[in-house]
Write a protein that binds this ligand. Structure first.
Ligand code: NAD
Ligand code: MG
Length: 394
C-alpha cells in the first residue's frame, strides 16, 4: 500500500500530539513529511526523533537557529529546519504531501490551511478559526482546489458521520436540523456571581476533554460552541436557524442529525480526539485509534438540557455574528482571542470576555465585508486593536 504522506500543522499541541499517536499506531499507512510548532522546540525535536520528517518548521523566525542547533544535537541532520509564515504554507502545499492536519490554534492557522485547500490536499480541519474567519472563501478554496475536507472537531466529525455518504457540500437531502452537543464546560452549574470570580486554572480544567488552553477557556464560556455553530454553518451549508445546541454533560453523544422523517442519527464514543483524527486520516476506511470502547452500562444515563444564553452570552454572540454576516464572525473571533489571552493572563475577569467581544463586534463588524481575504485580515486586525482598548474597561 502507498503510504499517505502527512504534514501536521501545530504538531506540538493537543491535537498534534493525538494525531502523531494515531500515526504511530499505523506506520504502515502513514509517513510524516513535515511537523510544525511554535515555541516548544524540545517537544518538536522529540517528535522529529520519533517520526523522522523531512521538515521541521517554527512559526517564529527568530527561533530558527535554536531549532537548527537542537536538531543537530539530536543527530537529526537529515531534518531541514524552516521558519515563518511562508514556510508553513510551503509544507502545506508540497507536491508529495497528500494530507494536511490543520491543528494550529487561532487565526494564525488560516493562511496555511487555506493554502492546503487551494493545493487540493486532504485537509483534516481542527483549526475551526479558519472557517469562522473566512468560511465562504475557505469553502470556495476547497471546491476550486479539489480538496477533500474532513472535519476533525468532534461535533462536526460526528455530524459528518451521520450524513449520507459520500458527503458533498450541498445541503443533504432530508436534513431538518443539526444538533450540536456541548458538555456545558466546567462552569455549567455556576451562577452569575460565581462566574465573575472563576480563575484561569479552573477554566482550563475541562470535565471531559483534555485540550489546549485557549479552546478550554472557550469551552467554559460556550464561545467554543458558538464558533462551532459558525463552523457548522459553512461546513454543512445550513442556515443558523437549522443548527441547535444541546447541552449534554456526559460528552458521549458528539452531535446529531435530525431528518424530516423523524429519525435522529447520533455518533457516540468516549471523549477522545483520536476517534475523529483516525476517522479523518483513514476515511473512507476505519482504523484502530487506541480509544477505549464505550461502556454504556458504566455510563448508565445520558442527560440533555438547553443552553443558558444569559449566563453564557458568548454563544448568543456567535448566532448574532451569523445574522450580521460579512466580517462579523472574523471580528468576534479576533476579539475573543484577545479577551481569552487577557483572561489567561489574569488581566480581566472571566465574564468580561463576553463584554469585550460584544462591544468589539458592535463597534468593528460593520466596517468590513467578507468578500476578500485582505478585508477579513484588516477586520481581524482592527478587532484586535479595539478589543485591547476595551480590556482596561472590562
Ligand atoms: P494547542 O494550544 O494545544 O496547540 C496549538 C498548536 O499551534 C501548537 O502546536 C502551537 O505550537 C501552534 N501554534 C500556536 N500559535 C501559533 C502561531 N502563531 N503560529 C503557528 N503555530 C502556532 O491547541 P489545540 O487544543 O491542539 O487546538 C488546535 C486547534 O484545534 C484549535 O483551532 C482548536 O479549536 C481545535 N480543536 C481542538 C480540540 C482539542 O481537543 N484540543 C478539539 C477540537 C478542535
Ligand atoms: Mg468541538
Amino acid at each position: 500500500m502507498n503510504k499517505q504522506k502527512l504534514t501536521v500543522l501545530g504538531a506540538t499541541g493537543s491535537i498534534g500530539v493525538n494525531t502523531l499517536d494515531v500515526v504511530a499506531q499505523h506506520r504502515d499507512r502513514y509517513e510524516v513529511v513535515a511537523l510544525t510548532g511554535n515555541g516548544q522546540i524540545a517537544r518538536l525535536v522529540e517528535q522529529c526523533l520519533q517520526h523522522r520528517p523531512r521538515y521541521a518548521v517554527l512559526a517564529d523566525e527568530a527561533a530558527l537557529p535554536a531549532l537548527r542547533q537542537q536538531l543537530a544535537d539530536a543527530g537529526l541532520a537529515s531534518v531541514e529546519a524552516l521558519a515563518g509564515a511562508d514556510a508553513l504554507e510551503f509544507v502545506s502545499t508540497l507536491p508529495e504531501v497528500d494530507a494536511v492536519m490543520a491543528a494550529i490554534v487561532g487565526a494564525a492557522g488560516m493562511r496555511p490551511t487555506l493554502a492546503a485547500a487551494r493545493a487540493g490536499k486532504r485537509v483534516l480541519l481542527a483549526n475551526k478559526e479558519t472557517l469562522v474567519m473566512a468560511g465562504r472563501l475557505f469553502m470556495d478554496a476547497v471546491r476550486q482546489g479539489g480538496a477533500t475536507l474532513l472535519p476533525i472537531d468532534s461535533e462536526h466529525n460526528a455530524i459528518y458521520q451521520c450524513l449520507p455518504q459520500p458527503f458533498s457540500d450541498q445541503p443533504a437531502q432530508g436534513v431538518r436540523r443539526l444538533l450540536l452537543t456541548a458538555s456545558g464546560g466546567p462552569f455549567r452549574q455556576f451562577d452569575a456571581a460565581q462566574l465573575a470570580t472563576v480563575t484561569p486554572e479552573q477554566a482550563v480544567r475541562h470535565p471531559n476533554w483534555s485540550m489546549g488552553r485557549k479552546i478550554s477557556v472557550d469551552s467554559a464560556s460556550l464561545m467554543n460552541k458558538g464558533l462551532e455553530v459558525i463552523e457548522a454553518r459553512w461546513l454543512f451549508d445550513l442556515p443558523p436557524e437549522r443548527i441547535d445546541v444541546v447541552v449534554h454533560p456526559q460528552s458521549v453523544i458528539h452531535s446529531m442529525v435530525e431528518y424530516v422523517d423523524g429519525s435522529v442519527l447520533a455518533q457516540l464514543g468516549n471523549p477522545d480526539m483520536r476517534t475523529p483524527i483516525a476517522y479523518g486520516l483513514a476515511w473512507p476506511e476505519r482504523i484502530e485509534a487506541g480509544v477505549k470502547p464505550l461502556d454504556l452500562f458504566q455510563i448508565a444515563r445520558l442527560d440533555f438540557e438547553a443552553p443558558d444564553l444569559v449566563r453564557f452570552p458568548c454563544l448568543g454572540l456567535a448566532f448574532e455574528a451569523l445574522r450580521l454576516g460579512g466580517a462579523a464572525p472574523a471580528v468576534l473571533n479576533a476579539s475573543n482571542e484577545v479577551a481569552v489571552a487577557a483572561f489567561l493572563d489574569h488581566r480581566i475577569a472571566f465574564n468580561a470576555i463576553a463584554r469585550v467581544n460584544e462591544e468589539t463586534m458592535r463597534h468593528v463588524a460593520s466596517n468590513y465585508d467578507a468578500e476578500s481575504l485582505s478585508s477579513l485580515i484588516e477586520a481581524d486586525g482592527e478587532a484586535r486593536r479595539y478589543a485591547e482598548t476595551r480590556l482596561a474597561h472590562a
